[in-house]
Design a protein around this ligand. Sequence first.
Ligand SMILES: [Fe+2]
Length: 404
Amino acid sequence: MRVDFELAKSIRISIEKLSVGMFVTAIEESDNITLANAGRVHCPTSIKKLVDNGVKFAWVDKKLSCEKCEIQSQPIQLVDPIERQSLQEVREKRKLATRDSQQKKAKVLVEQARDLANKLLTNTFQRRTTLVDDISSWAEKIVDFALVDTDAIRCVTALRNKDDYLLEHSVNVSCLLVSFGKHLNMNKAMLKQLAIGGIIHDVGKIRVENKVLNKPGKLTEEEFEQIKMHQTYAKEILAKVDGISQVARDICLMHHEKLDGTGYPDALSADQIPVHSRMSAIVDIYDALTADRCYKKGISSAEAFKIMLDMSPDKLDKELVYKFINCIGIYPVGSVVELSDGRVGVVWERNESNPLEPEVKCVYSRKYRHFIDVSYVKLSKHEVTIERAVAPSALEVDISPYYN
Ligand SMILES: [Fe+2]
């Protein structure tokens, strides 16, 4: 839920005075004031992180903070940030500087996830006892990051290697589950389990033959039975592993269960499938449908949404599908769009008040058929509109370097 606050009414306090329960609207590192992802501080770790990142002062909204918080403004304050920089300037600064560094951090985290998924899918848990701990500490990092910025993660995960489907799919399902959980206001502990569940969800596929896993085109009945076995294998693998929570296990073992009891491995009925497993079924299908494979192009998000809605309410939870569509947006961050003036770019930032008008990083002109100087176009402030979504593979040029 978005909370309205007025930065001008915020109080500047020294970072040492920041405590759990305070509602932060901006942070200050030396001369830079950055609009924070406004919200209440939920744990001491977040404060430690700010200190570690060199933040000296925080701007706090007294009214939106917990009543018990004692908030006293910093007496040495000489300059009001609003006098120094307009709210808009602060936002612009945040966009250019923060997003850039966020993007770099997101890239590192996604690389780490790919590395973990790779280890997981080439070895079994039993043989790598530290892997559970490694995945768990990665999950903590991705959740901390996602609580501040999911757009950067989405942009990074949008670029995937089609030859490494299983690995990329595991990472994407994990990141999408965290985004989805955040959208549903789930708590941090739950988000962490969603991240872990996503990474491990297809671990059973390590025992399925590659030629079946990667077979182009339609599977025979027998081959499909072999694919389905990945859930039986997953049960066997997880039975021998400690340190995996029930939520993460449920995601792994129930992401192919359907509400009408037609899923596998246990043909569970709706009342036996918890919400996190229902979420994983939605995310798993969405990522599989939209991913490019070496033998087929992924379909657009809009087409995937349609298929998922057709599968609900019988197989998928309809209310959750709607919420997922809302979470991803009509023009997902990281997708490519063509504007009405012929410019082409990557959807860079969502516009929560109008999903049809996101911010687009324009890099190419279809009209003049050449690359152009990069510009960030907020569609809400321009005459141009989105003409169409474009599959990157349908573009005459490669714009993947501009995802960073
Ligand atoms: Fe699966």
